[in-house]
Design a protein around this ligand. Sequence first.
Ligand code: AMP
Ligand code: ZN
Length: 114
Amino acid sequence: MTDCIFCKMASGEITPDTVYEDDQVLAFRDINPQAPTHVLVIPKQHVATLNDLDEGNAGLVGSMLLAAAKVAEQEGFAEQGYRTVMNCNAWGGQTVFHIHLHLLGGRPMEWPPG
Ligand code: AMP
Ligand code: ZN
């Protein structure tokens, strides 16, 4: 997708503050952090929303979660704990339409979210 900002990050056209990368996913710091550590994990492949995933993407979504756990370890809060979030469409609060997993850590999280 030529007009997708996260595709531009995945292709290297825009350089984010990368904290982890493998053949399937890229993880970088959110530009508007909501916690001491706020990282977004994206697939390098464009998928607009969670609703657009199919069974063939199961491994991809697993890779996103594994990457989040690795970053939590790297950032030093894996044992204390952290929050992962994926927003879908308007009521879920999704604003960038290339799926991404939010990894939030470095402070206690509250529940329920707003
Ligand atoms: P969501 O509202 O779940 O779609 O999350 C989109 C996230 O992308 C927000 O937390 C934004 O702060 C973040 N974001 C948007 N543009 C950028 C960017 N250029 N670099 C890093 N994070 C971004
Ligand atoms: Zn994209």
